[in-house]
Design a protein around this ligand. Sequence first.
Ligand SMILES: [Zn+2]
Length: 173
Amino acid sequence: MRQPVPKTMPVNRSGGSGQVFGDIYNDALPIFVHERVLEEVLEFSETEVSREIGGFLVGGFHEDGRRYVEVRHFLPAHDVRSRVASLTFTHETWATMTREVETKFPDEVVIGWHHTHPNFGVFLSGYDLFVQRNFFNQMWQIAMVVDPVRQEFGFFQWRGEEIVDCGFVCIVE
Ligand SMILES: [Zn+2]
């Protein structure tokens, strides 16, 4: 059963206020996304509408009190193999991302990944599930899919062995 969470969820240490989007499972790991990061991801997604592009969500998995993840930064993926309806991260993609996180955000971790589905909707394909299971298999790692043509997006998170779509809290600073 899905239940909307109250709009007064505990918020991050930066002390902004949060707005809930979508339904969040009662016992789900809450996902907090800074509004400026969300805007950055959506703007990046709209730069290419004829094939898939992607990137990485960077931030923290916090266990102080209630557990939650907080998305604080976005890194576009480089050296990808980009097609109309598929996206492959190459060895160079991973190497560049690892280096960028180490230099730009040394105290942060990769919370998850992002990619676009231009005009075919928000879901995880079989290959997307493969990527999630193989490269983002920590229970706190998430996926974000953006359809820049239909102007829809959504988040996905682990629920046991399954990967399910989920809501999130947007932090407005
Ligand atoms: Zn996909």
